[in-house]
Design a protein around this ligand. Structure first.
Ligand SMILES: [Zn+2]
Length: 118
């Protein structure tokens, strides 16, 4: 755990914080978000975590983040191995494996077929 953290320098939580900071910063630039202070604080937190010597604590934070993030992803049907599509004719949710290119999906409920990228 120490090795992986030390070598990569960053973890999923830090990447997430940086993406949020970047998006927020851009939004503040185009006038959507009022303040550009929160993204600066987020970057500060990211750097603090990056250089922190308390690796066990940072690792725990990352594990907590991953659990929450995976739960949120599962809720929205975002998954690394499968994708959820909705049948265009009856609305049935259909789970298909990812990475198969353009595939014809046949709805198990109403038998309608539609083509999607998986
Ligand atoms: Zn259907």
């Amino acid at each position: 755990m120490q090795d992986r953290y030390g070598r990569n320098g960053t973890d999923r939580l830090n990447r997430f914080l940086l993406i949020v900071a970047l998006v927020w910063f851009v939004l503040s630039r185009v006038g959507v978000a009022r303040s550009s202070i929160p993204p600066v604080l987020l970057v500060a937190v990211t750097y603090y975590r990056l250089f922190s010597r308390n690796i066990a604590k940072r690792y725990q934070e990352n594990v907590m983040y991953c659990q929450v993030a995976d739960r949120v992803k599962a809720k929205f049907g975002i998954n690394s191995t499968h994708r959820i599509y909705r049948c265009p004719s009856c609305g049935q949710r259909i789970r298909v494996p990812r990475g198969k290119g353009r595939i014809e999906i046949r709805c198990p409920k109403c038998n309608a077929a539609f083509i999607k990228r998986s």
